[in-house]
Structure formats: C-alpha cells, structure tokens
Ligand binder design. Structure first.
Ligand code: FEO
Length: 400
C-alpha cells in the first residue's frame, strides 16, 4: 500500500523507513531507524529523484505507480550511487524502459560497475550548471564530489526552490509521518543523530562540504530535501550553521570530553577524579565515556562537538589499548582538527600508551597536546596529585 507525502504542491516524498536494520552500512547502530528518501516531481514530465535501499523496494514501486497514475516515468535523477539509494535503478529501467537516467560522468561509470551496459545506455550525462525542464519545474545540477562519494551531485529545483541535497544534510532516524523539521521537536536526540550521521558518514570530507556550502549560498533555498531523515524548511539556518562548523572542524562548544579505557577501574578512577576537579573549577557539562561500552560513532560525534579531549588509556601488549587506538585512528581518518588534548596513561611495568597516542594525535592537523602526560603506575598514587593538578590547570587555562 502506497505511503507518500506532499512536500510541495507537485513534489512528493516517496521514501520509506527501515527500523529493523541494526547497523547502517553494517557499522553504525541506528536505534531510531533510518529513512531512505526519494522524491517524485509531477509536471509535463515526470521525474524521480534517486531510488531507495533494496529493503523497501516494494513500497517504493507502489508509491511511484500511485503517483504516475498511468503516466510514464520520464526521468530518474541519480544524485548518488551508493546502494542505499541506487539499489532500484535496474528495476526502474525494467519497469519504465523509456526512462532517461540523469547523472554525472562518474555516476555513469559506477552504473556500469553496479549494473550493466543496458543501464549505462540509458544515461544522460550532466555537468555543473546543466539543467533540464520538466515543464514548470526546472532542475539545475550542481556537482558535489566526495559529499559523500566522487560521483555525487545535488539538484536544485528553481521554481519551488527545493535543494535535493543527496547525502548532505541527512540525518539518522526514521521518518515517523512527520517529514518536515518543523513537525518535530529539534531536541537533543534529533540533533545528536544529525551530528552522528554527518561526522561519521561525511566527516572526512570537510573541504568538499565547504565547497558545496559556498555553491549552495548562491541559491535561493526554501527547502532542503536530503536522502536520509527530515526535510528541512524552517530551521535551515541552524542546520547550515552546524554544517559550517562541522566541515571546518571547529568545535561546536567549549566543552571537555574525557574518554577512558580501563580494564580494572584504575584508569577510570583517574578519569573521574579529573572530572571532579574540573567541575570544582566551574567547568560545566563535562562528558565522560568508557571507550569499551560507547559506540565509536557516538565518540566521533562527541569529538566533533567538544573543544577539549582527555584520553586516558592503559598500555596493552606494549601498545595503546585496542579500542582506544581504534577511536584515535578513526578520529584521524575523519580529519578531526583543532582540538586541545590531554593525555593520561597507565602501565604496570612499562607504560608507553601516552607517547604512542601523542604521536598519532600530533600527525593530525592543528591538534594541541597539553604538556606532561599524566602517568599512572597501575593506580593513581597520592604522589601524582601535583601532576593531576597540572593537567587540570592546563585544561582550565585553555578553556575558561
Ligand atoms: Fe546514504 Fe552515501 O549514502
């Protein structure tokens, strides 16, 4: 049974949700589910903007059939070729053999990789500034390489001022009937999922996101319709401001995030003592995370939010505790920059984790590692009080 929503008089959301999937991209937990958004434009010509994941193909075709109402499908616009959006391209061509696929040069190449020559022959290539008219509606194509794959583009519909933004401005979380941002509370849960989506999926490509933001600034945008999550029509300024910060790798807040790894509670104890000392100095909203029971995607999202990081870690097999190492390497892979970092290491006989963490962090851009790694010999001894005070003071000096 069809399930669509009008987003303007003649543009419809024809996507759907997956609330059963445990891990998006088989990596990221999605407790609130995920939506795969697709859009339909009804005019002299008909167009579908991107397809959906294979998990919801049946619904997708019911939606298209309903909106076509006996007409043929003229265009399929492919802004992004990742399979959660491209899975139904072949089936579209099979059902609507006269359809023209509109895509970038790189997308056509990928079309050949994912599908076959029959599909490639249906492609009409577009480049920056090209447009097609559907009647009243006109789609203008803007290339958006690496947001989030190299073939990506976005499509701006100029009569109703809708930006079909592909992965840009997407969020985790199923659409629960309320498609628009002004139909839900933009509470911390929604924004946490927006941040977690951006930082983990697109976070590495800040420079390319900045390029897209500059191009978008030249457009008169009334609505942003991404491939995942809410359609934005009211709080565009909030979203664009967040994207600007995230893609410049600027912390959103002056805030301290302490991440610890601890096998028997001793490193955790040091992390908690530091948190208390900071709080006594007036530092508010400190967050403390156990690397062993916090999903990496949450840690990454919080890392993009906070200005100050403290990493507390035991030495393990002469190296960094594996889950902490994974977190730091992911941070590096995602191009995290511009943070102030304090380090605490633990080691019962030969602590080396501190210097190894420092080495990786110093390979990242504009990261300031505070002087003096606080060293624990198994536990935090009374004799380390001065070192702990020094770490606290260094954090406060740069924070307050
Ligand atoms: Fe949801 Fe990069 O695809």
């Amino acid at each position: 049974m069809k399930c669509t929503r009008k987003i303007t008089e003649n543009i419809f959301w024809i996507g759907g949700n997956d609330r059963r999937l445990a891990l998006f991209e088989n990596i990221f937990p999605i407790k609130r589910g995920v939506s795969y958004n697709s859009y339909f434009i009804r005019d002299d010509k008909t167009a579908v903007i991107d397809t959906v994941d294979a998990a919801i193909s049946k619904l997708f075709f019911e939606n298209i059939e309903y909106l076509l109402n006996g007409r043929s499908l003229d265009y399929l616009i492919v802004n992004h070729m990742e399979p959660d959006h491209s899975a139904n391209i072949e089936e579209i061509v099979r059902r609507y053999p006269d359809v023209t696929i509109v895509c970038s040069v790189m997308a056509e190449k990928m079309m050949g990789n994912f599908f076959n020559e029959t599909i490639v022959k249906k492609c009409m290539l577009v480049k920056e500034g090209d447009k097609i008219s559907l009647g009243t509606h006109e789609l203008n194509f803007v290339m958006a390489p690496m947001v989030h794959w190299p073939e990506c583009m976005v499509s701006y519909e100029s009569s109703e001022k809708v930006l079909f933004s592909a992965d840009a401005f997407g969020t985790f979380g199923a659409i629960n009937g309320n498609v628009f941002d002004d139909e839900v509370e933009l509470d911390s849960e929604v924004m946490r999922d927006a941040r977690r989506y951006y930082t983990n999926i697109v976070g590495k490509y800040g420079q390319q996101v900045q390029a897209l933001l500059k191009k978008s600034a030249a457009l008169d945008i009334k609505m942003i319709a991404p491939l995942h999550g809410l359609v934005w029509r009211k709080n565009l300024d909030i979203l664009l401001e967040k994207y600007d910060k995230w893609s410049k790798y600027e912390p959103e807040e002056k805030a301290v995030m302490i991440v610890y790894a601890s096998m028997y509670g001793n490193t955790e104890n040091a992390a908690d003592i530091l948190a208390v000392k900071l709080a006594e100095e007036g530092v508010k909203n400190i967050v403390v995370y156990d690397v062993s029971n916090t999903d990496l995607s949450e840690l990454i999202a919080e890392t993009f939010r906070c200005s100050h990081l403290v990493l507390a870690c035991p030495t393990y097999n002469s190296g960094i505790y594996p889950l902490m190492e994974h977190y730091i390497l992911d941070m590096k892979a995602l191009n995290v920059q511009n943070r102030i970092v304090g380090l605490i290491e633990n080691g019962s006989w030969a602590p080396t984790a501190g210097n190894q963490m420092k080495k990786i962090i110093e390979e990242m851009k504009n990261m300031t590692v505070l002087d003096h790694i606080l060293r624990l010999d198994s536990t935090l001894a009374e004799s380390k009080e001065d070192d702990m005070e020094s770490l606290k003071e260094a954090i406060c000096k740069s924070l307050l």
